[in-house]
Each structure stands twice: as structure tokens, then as C-alpha cells.
Design a protein around this ligand. Structure first.
Ligand SMILES: [Zn+2]
Length: 280
């Protein structure tokens, strides 16, 4: 087995139990590029079946929409980074279009979404939605902003995807990538001091774990420059979740810690946000 990312042969592996199927998968770790990955072909599993069974979230999605603090902050960040007015935005893996709805309705708001249920809701909100794999879609223009939140870790061919994405961004445009990162204090503590599986190691749904070094170099090769990066808990970290008032207070505090420096400028939590600008 060679590294899926850099083709190096310097990889080691350890077994991780899948939370979805009754198999262990090998977590490959590349010493060269520091990326980690699972091989979906290690077991004969119907991946669509796994998604159908465990994506109950999709069934509960409803058409009602209310702006929220998190996506409002995302839009503000992007507008600040893009050195001109946003005219077009493409969100890959847009679900019901909640994020896109935070942009004004007089600009081009487009999304890619495979789930039919979610895509229908997004279309009902007057968003343009492509219901296919990005690799199969013929985009006839470039976008000011292309975003992919919690997407890269699921893809069979993440590098092919990044190449296509790079061509879809106009010069000076912005790419936002949010991925789970094992290069953080949280994962290190879990790995070092507990026998618990880091919940992001969830094959065969999560397959790719980019190192930040490799991600930055790969995008640099495609003419992108990193302009901002931070780490958040993704709203997932709340030991007081089941205690009513304490849970709410802790949750609100975590949101602030996630959204504002200085804590989010350190790799403590496992959701890594990277903002790149296309330099030519
Ligand atoms: Zn590698």
C-alpha cells in the first residue's frame, strides 16, 4: 500500500473499529506527508447503504429557515477576506442551503447536494442546486467563493476533487475548507490517555485526514494562498450536555470560545477551518 496522498511507501497502520459496520479498518498513517486515511475497499460494504442507515438527520430536515450566529459569522469572514463584493457563491455539500441563505438573494447562490430530500428543500428556497458529484458537473463559470464544510473527509478521490475545485474559483476568489484534524490537542489526549476511538475516525464514512502541511502545499500548487485558519469544537464539546442549565451556559460559552480568538487560534479542538485566496 502506498500513500493515497503523496504515493510514498513510508506508511504504517493500526486497526480501528467502524462505528457503522462490524469490521475493523486499517488507519494508514504516512510518515512523509503526515496524512492519514482508510481504504474503503478493505471490506466489501455498500457505502450508500451505510449513509442511508445513518443519515437520519436528512429525514428530519425541514424547510423552515432562520438566520443563525454561526453562519452569519462565516459570511462576515468571507466578505472580509474577498477584496471585492461577493457576486457568486457555490457551497459544495450544501444540505438544505442554510449557509447560502445567509448571503443576499440578489447574488448567485448555488449549491451541490446529493441527498434528494435536502436538495429539494434548497431548490424550494430559490437556490440553484446541482444534484450530482462535482466531478460529473460541467460548471460553465467561475465563482467568487467556493465552500466545502465537512466534505473532504468523505470523498473517495479528494485530490481529483481539489483540482476541479481550484478551477472553479475566479482569480482573487476565496475557498473555505473545514475538515476534521487529528493534529490537535483533543485528538492527542484521546489517543494518548484513553482507549476511546476519536469519533472522527469513523470508516467507511470518514476516509481522509489531511495534514495541514499537505493541504496547504497542495492548494499552493494550485495557486492558492492560506490567509486565515482557526480551530473549533464544532459545537460538539459539552460535558454538561445533559444537565439543563449548566449545559446551556456551557454551550453558549463554547460558541464564543469557538468563534473568537485567542483559543480558536490554537489547535486545541478538532474542526479546522482554512481560508485560501486564489492568487492568479
Ligand atoms: Zn503521504
Amino acid at each position: 500500500m502506498n500513500c493515497k496522498f503523496c504515493s510514498s511507501q513510508t506508511i504504517s497502520g493500526k486497526k480501528i473499529q467502524s462505528p457503522y459496520v462490524n469490521y475493523e479498518y486499517t488507519l494508514y498513517q504516512c510518515k512523509q506527508c503526515k496524512c492519514r486515511f482508510f481504504d474503503i475497499k478493505e471490506h466489501d460494504v455498500d457505502i450508500e447503504d451505510v449513509y442511508d442507515k445513518y443519515s437520519t438527520k436528512h429525514n428530519k430536515e425541514v424547510a423552515s429557515f432562520k438566520k443563525n450566529f454561526y453562519w452569519t459569522r462565516q459570511v462576515q469572514r468571507i466578505e472580509k477576506i474577498l477584496n471585492r463584493k461577493v457576486l457568486s457563491v457555490l457551497d459544495i455539500g450544501c444540505r438544505t442551503g442554510d449557509f447560502l441563505m445567509h448571503f443576499p438573494d440578489n447574488l448567485d447562490r448555488e449549491g451541490v447536494e446529493l441527498s434528494e430530500n435536502s436538495a429539494e428543500i434548497a431548490k424550494g428556497r430559490s437556490l440553484t442546486v446541482y444534484q450530482d458529484f462535482v466531478e460529473n458537473i460541467n460548471f460553465d463559470k467561475q465563482y467568487d467563493v467556493v465552500t466545502c464544510y465537512a466534505l473532504l473527509e468523505h470523498l473517495l478521490e479528494p485530490l481529483t476533487f481539489l483540482d476541479k475545485l481550484s478551477n472553479m474559483v475566479s482569480p482573487g476568489g476565496v475557498v473555505v475548507i473545514m475538515i476534521p484534524t487529528y493534529e490537535c490537542v483533543k485528538q492527542w489526549i484521546i489517543d494518548r490517555f484513553t482507549s476511546v476511538r476519536w469519533w472522527m475516525y469513523s470508516p467507511p464514512q470518514h476516509l481522509n485526514f489531511f495534514s495541514k502541511q499537505f493541504l496547504d502545499r497542495y492548494l499552493a500548487k494550485n495557486n492558492f494562498k492560506l490567509v486565515d485558519r482557526y480551530w473549533t469544537s464544532g459545537g460538539m464539546f459539552n460535558p454538561f450536555r445533559n444537565i439543563l442549565l449548566a449545559g446551556r451556559v456551557f454551550g453558549k460559552s463554547m460558541t464564543l470560545i469557538d468563534e473568537y480568538p485567542p483559543v480558536n487560534k490554537l489547535p486545541i479542538f478538532d474542526h479546522m477551518y482554512s481560508y485560501y485566496v486564489k492568487i492568479k
